[in-house]
Ligand binder design. Sequence first.
Ligand SMILES: NC(=O)c1ccc[n+]([C@@H]2O[C@H](COP(=O)([O-])OP(=O)(O)OC[C@H]3O[C@@H](n4cnc5c(N)ncnc54)[C@H](OP(=O)(O)O)[C@@H]3O)[C@@H](O)[C@H]2O)c1
Length: 179
Amino acid sequence: MHVARLRVFSSDLAKAFNFSTQNLQTNTYARVSNFSINFLERLLPKVEVVPAVNQIELHPSCTQEELVEYCRKRGIVITAYSPLGSNDSPLLKHEVVNKIAEAHKVSPANVLISLQANKPGVSVLSKSVTHSRIAANATIVDLTEEEVQQLQDIDKKEHFRVCHPNWTGWGSLGFPDCE
Ligand SMILES: NC(=O)c1ccc[n+]([C@@H]2O[C@H](COP(=O)([O-])OP(=O)(O)OC[C@H]3O[C@@H](n4cnc5c(N)ncnc54)[C@H](OP(=O)(O)O)[C@@H]3O)[C@@H](O)[C@H]2O)c1
């Protein structure tokens, strides 16, 4: 089932959110996407199956640290989508990203993917239609704590979302930066 960008794969979850179960694919585990803390707080008390994964937008301009920590504490793996900032991303040209890329002798894309891959409990979903980029993007470097902090700090002044929840027609989806 794909309701706009909010995905639910469990009759259990469907009941909690009052969706029709008619066309739902029921799996032995559940995964959700674009669930904020607010929505997880509504969901978790009502379900027996805690979602295994929450797929959310994650990159230096959308760090969602509180949500990542919330999911980590509950054993919900985060999948970081749009880790490069999606198409024509300003992050690939960002000074901080490029400086760190030079220091590690990798591309800015490698830095952005590595930022998420360095986080415990986070997996990364980048996309490319270019074979050489797909291969090159698989190189993960170990970032220092300072480098991670520099990248995470970008959000403080240059916040953006590629996928704004309002586009779904479901309102803010409970994300604090989208009220
Ligand atoms: N659950 C959700 O609501 C949701 C929402 C959005 C996206 N997603 C998923 O997340 C995945 C990734 O998201 P995304 O495509 O928005 O963003 P992304 O992976 O952050 O960025 C993709 C863009 O970066 C370019 N790129 C890839 N590798 C590069 C490199 N090494 N150097 C320069 N540019 C590079 C790609 O161009 P080329 O393809 O031309 O190489 C494409 O324009 C997709 O599978 C998507 O389906 C999920």
